[in-house]
Design a protein. Structure first.
Length: 369
């Protein structure tokens, strides 16, 4: 049966990503004098709850102030965000207003900030993130030792005891594990704009987001795609806890669905073959897994085979998650991992359908695919 074959292909794919995860070397920073100048860009809209934590982590960064500036881009906030930033009072941090010129507020915000950036290296992150103290130090050391034009780095969630948070964490860790696995095979197909570094000069040479700014999301992936097309060897992954950014999970199922739909909405516009293949295998694998009980009920395959395939998928997923959890210092309860095995195929298939045919809400705005 086709469903059996598709689940087996999925299992093989995850096994290859696990091997790729191990192939990707861990970067260990050495002490040296800082030499790279960074402009850190943070687009935000109504982030009064998250900005204090972000600003505190900025204050605690270990890096010479004359080699870094922070540009926070206000995208029509209506809360106390501006006042919080103003009270921070740092000489190398400023807030500017976004200038909307496209259907993507975040891409507009990044472009506006880059036009004002003083320094040659751009770093993007989000307002709901907490930055590790050795973040810039480690990027600086990596860049001093490697010829590259873009760095992709890890992102994780803050821990929580709620199942909703743990489910999001597992879903997110699976994406992070797959990201590392792809880089391990030198076939990158994922990245995250909450922790992305690139040369300002190259961004301008590639005309930035021009051509894909009709979609609200994709400020990270489509830019990486352009860097890869220019020179695949220039895009690196920094596998290190020292650069791992932490962000917050959303607090409701509706927000989770809208967030994941926003992420998935850009997938039909992928040009990168690796991303298309992996996305298709994952979607078909999950749909096939849901079909197995029906096929067994109709006596088209045995219940034993159906159960074996389900357990095989759970096991291979758990192996990748375990490696990613260890890297990102997470420890999700085994019960949450087991329950997620049943929920995730339904959740991911629903998100894929919503991303294809529906709209989504984000930051009090409604976006079309």
């Amino acid at each position: 049966m086709l469903a059996v074959v598709l689940v087996l292909i999925y299992i093989v794919l995850i096994a290859l990503l696990i091997i790729g995860f191990d192939r990707q070397p861990y970067f260990v920073a050495q002490k040296q004098e800082a030499q790279t100048a960074f402009t850190v860009i943070v687009p935000f809209r109504n982030e009064e709850k998250n900005l204090p934590s972000l600003l505190k982590s900025i204050q605690e960064l270990i890096y010479p102030e004359h080699l870094v500036e922070f540009i926070l881009v206000d995208d029509e906030s209506t809360d106390a965000s501006a006042a919080i930033i103003k009270s921070f009072g740092s000489s190398n941090l400023k807030s500017i207003q976004n200038k909307r010129v496209s259907a993507s507020p975040k891409k507009d915000a990044i472009s506006v900030a880059i036009s004002e950036a003083k320094y040659p290296w751009i770093i993007t992150t989000d307002a709901d993130c907490i930055l590790p103290k050795n973040w810039l130090v480690t990027f600086d050391q990596y860049l001093s030792k490697n010829e590259c034009e873009m760095l992709v780095a890890p992102v994780t969630y803050e821990s929580s005891q709620s199942f909703l948070n743990q489910f999001q964490l597992l879903d997110f860790l699976s994406l992070q594990g797959a990201t590392i696995g792809g880089f391990g095979w030198k076939k990158p197909f994922l990245c995250n704009g909450a922790n992305l570094v690139y040369k300002k000069k190259t961004f301008k040479q590639l005309n930035g987001f021009e051509g894909n700014n009709t979609m609200a999301s994709g400020d990270d992936f489509f830019l990486m795609e352009r860097f890869l097309n220019k020179d695949k060897k220039s895009v690196h992954y920094v596998k290190s806890k020292e650069v791992m950014v932490k962000t917050r999970a959303v607090d409701s199922i509706s927000k989770l669905i809208n967030q994941r739909v926003r992420w998935a909405a850009k997938s039909s516009n992928y040009n990168l073959l690796e991303a298309k293949i992996v996305g298709l295998i994952v979607l078909l694998g999950n749909l096939s897994l849901m079909a197995l009980p029906f096929l067994s009920w109709q006596n088209l395959i045995s219940w034993e085979l159906s159960s074996l395939l389900f357990l095989g998928k759970c096991f291979i997923d758990a192996m990748l998650l375990h490696k990613t959890e260890k890297l990102m210092e997470q420890n999700t309860p085994a019960l949450s991992t087991f329950l997620s095995c049943f929920i995730y195929p339904i959740f991911s298939s629903f998100v894929a359908l919503r991303a294809t045919y529906g709209t989504y809400r984000w930051k009090d705005r409604v976006f079309k695919k």
